[in-house]
Design a protein around this ligand. Structure first.
Ligand code: FEO
Length: 619
């Protein structure tokens, strides 16, 4: 019996789920199964976007037959020739012998490799930027080599603004009756599987994924239809921004992943003590026993975290087998841009540390902490200092540590990373200042680079903010550039109270400061800028501070939050209380002014925005 899902009026999902598959591609465990997506467009011409794996071929064919009814299949569009999407081609040819196969030259060559049927008489070859009109719809073809095979291409339907994305934006896991990502708790229940899918399947090809993202960034996309996982029709930026981050090899989180291979628990013990030491100092950790956890999960975590520790016993004069396999996997997947520490163990001839180092040195931008901790059979109390030293070395390169490092230097301009300027957009920022013992901060939306030589920026600050007065008095401030992961609580913490009567940093677990002694926000931010005011301009409600940048550094590759992103994805929708008959609601913080007329000089008592931020409450 068929089981199909409507995507739009004339586009139907005709794929199928497989929960019996133990290992996807024979190597990736899929405990929640996997979906093989295929889409059937029923325009004046009918177009099938790829097929499915042979395991679900029967259900797929029932689905296609049901949706087509009496109609012929005019085109099979082959975006990707990997057999999990092309296994049903032979049966389709048998059922619909007149159909045309739309594909590029590389795909045609692969079809000949996999199949013996006559392809040449059916071939409709396309290349970059070619189009195919199917009636109401026009499909545009974009080549996407190595995302994830060389022949891959994606298709953009400019009529419905739908991107058929092949493997890109896919996810492990069955669909469980849903089809759209907004029907499920994607961030909570599926994002880890989306990361595991990307890093293991496409992770090696970050550069090629970036090229695809650049190509499609010019398109207006309202829906993404991948070949695995959910269809995206809302909050598309959520998955696109993750792909931008993952493909850049920038860490998603600052913290330490510790992977250990231990035969009798002594290497594990050293790893546990290191993790405990790091946690005691306020750093995040995640641990894996590589003999227990599937490598695909550890690989995904390795992409996620900024710092990695590998701890392995020596085995047959080499690295322990499961750790050796993991490291080979990481190297093969192009792991890069990590800070790494190594722990080795050996009862008579410890060699695993050097061998781990040699493996990782094959990778790009891997910064290995110089001293390997070498254990003979078990950790002794005399070596606890070495664990402390390793924790120190790791922490020194985490955000808080970077500040300690910077403070130990005397020439602040040496700490300006020019890439920090690339993080500035019309976004939202935590602007902090210090006056004596008083730390304070507020949220601002206008920070812009003005000149490169000397490196200067401007910040506009509402005069009613306490931070404003502190900057006027001290002439110094620090900007923390908020990233898209910033939760609403950060905006509440710094934006909805006055620093006159609140310690806005009271609940912050980090006391980290730029070299001017001013606190910054190390989480959910992607870069930090310290500056010294050289001029001010009175702009009425605001003061514009022109300042020399004295320190600037990048914390992560996360995208900066834009004003639009904040409104679309972070700020809860303002809800007028049911008791309010008439009034105005602040679009920024949700404050409600009750009354028929909003005074023209009214300032929101919560977030300090003026009347332009208010809108009438509608019934
Ligand atoms: Fe889902 Fe690369 O195939």
């Amino acid at each position: 019996m068929y089981c199909v899902k409507k995507v739009t009026d004339d586009l139907t999902w005709v794929g199928a789920n497989d929960r019996r598959l133990a290992m996807f591609e024979g190597v990736y465990s899929v405990p929640a199964g996997v979906s093989y997506n295929s889409y059937l467009l029923t325009d004046e011409k009918t177009v099938l976007f790829d097929t499915v794996d042979k395991a679900v071929q029967q259900r797929f064919l029932e689905n296609v037959t049901q949706v087509l009814g009496d109609r012929a299949l005019d085109y099979l569009l082959v975006q990707h020739m990997e057999p999990d999407h092309s296994a049903a081609m032979g049966e389709l040819i048998a059922r619909y012998p007149a159909m045309q196969i739309v594909c590029n030259g590389k795909t045609a060559a692969m079809i000949r490799q996999f199949y013996d049927f006559d392809i040449d008489s059916r071939l409709h070859l396309v290349k970059e930027n070619d189009t195919l009109s199917t009636g109401r719809h026009t499909l545009h073809f974009v080549m996407a080599p190595m995302v994830h095979w060389p022949e891959v291409m994606v298709a953009y339907d400019s009529t419905d603004k739908t991107l058929f994305s092949a493997d890109a934006f896919g996810c492990f896991g069955s669909l469980n009756g849903a089809l759209f990502a907004d029907e499920v708790e994607f961030e909570r229940d599926y994002m880890d599987e989306a990361r595991r899918y990307y890093t293991n399947i496409v992770g090696k090809y970050g550069q090629q994924t970036e090229q695809l993202l650049n190509k499609v960034s010019a398109l207006e996309i309202e829906m993404i239809c991948p070949l695995h996982g959910f269809v995206w029709r809302k909050n598309i930026g959520d998955i696109v921004s993750k792909y931008a981050l993952w493909s850049s090899y920038e860490p998603e989180e600052h913290g330490v992943m510790i992977a250990y291979a231990s035969v009798y628990g002594n290497t594990e013990n050293a790893a546990e003590i290191l993790a405990s030491t790091l946690r005691d100092r306020g750093d995040k950790t995640q641990m894996f026993d590589v003999s227990v956890t599937p490598a695909s999960e550890i690989l995904a975590a390795a992409f996620r975290w900024s710092h990695l520790v590998f701890a392995s016993t020596t085995y047959n004069a080499g690295i322990f087998v499961t750790m050796e396999a993991l490291l080979s996997d990481l190297v093969a997947h192009n792991i890069q841009n990590k800070t790494v520490a190594i722990i080795e163990n050996g009862s008579w001839a410890a060699t695993s540390g050097g061998l781990i180092r040699a493996q990782l040195e094959k990778c790009k931008d891997i910064r290995i902490i110089e001293n390997t901790l070498s254990i003979k059979s078990s950790l002794k109390s005399a070596q606890l200092a070495e664990i402390e030293a390793m924790a120190d070395a790791l922490i020194a390169t985490l955000p808080a540590g970077r500040v300690k490092e910077a403070k130990s230097e005397t020439e602040a301009p040496n700490h300006i990373e020019k890439e920090t300027m690339f993080k500035l957009s019309y976004g939202l920022f935590v602007l902090s200042a210090r006056d004596g013992d008083k730390d304070n901060a507020c949220i601002v939306n206008t920070v812009a680079q003005i000149t490169t030589t000397p490196l200067r920026l401007i910040v506009a600050v509402n005069k009613s903010n306490f931070t404003h007065n502190m900057i006027v008095k001290t002439g110094a401030f620090t900007v923390s550039v908020l990233s898209e992961s910033a939760p609403f609580r950060i905006f509440e913490q710094f934006g909805f109270h006055s620093g006159k009567d609140t310690d806005k940093f009271a609940d912050s677990p980090y006391d980290v400061r730029t070299e001017n002694g001013i606190r910054y926000v190390p989480e959910h931010t992607n870069s930090i800028i310290a500056a010294k005011v050289i001029q001010t301009l009175d702009c009425g409600t605001h003061t514009l501070f022109l300042a020399d940048i004295t320190q600037a550094f990048v914390l992560s590759g996360e995208l900066s939050v834009t004003y639009q992103y904040y409104f679309d994805h972070i700020k809860p929708k303002p809800q007028a209380p049911k008791t309010a008959k008439k009034g105005f609601v602040c679009k920024i913080c949700g404050y409600v002014y009750e009354g028929d007329v909003l005074p023209p000089d009214f300032i929101c008592p919560i977030c300090k925005h003026g009347v332009e931020a208010f809108e009438p409450i509608s019934d």
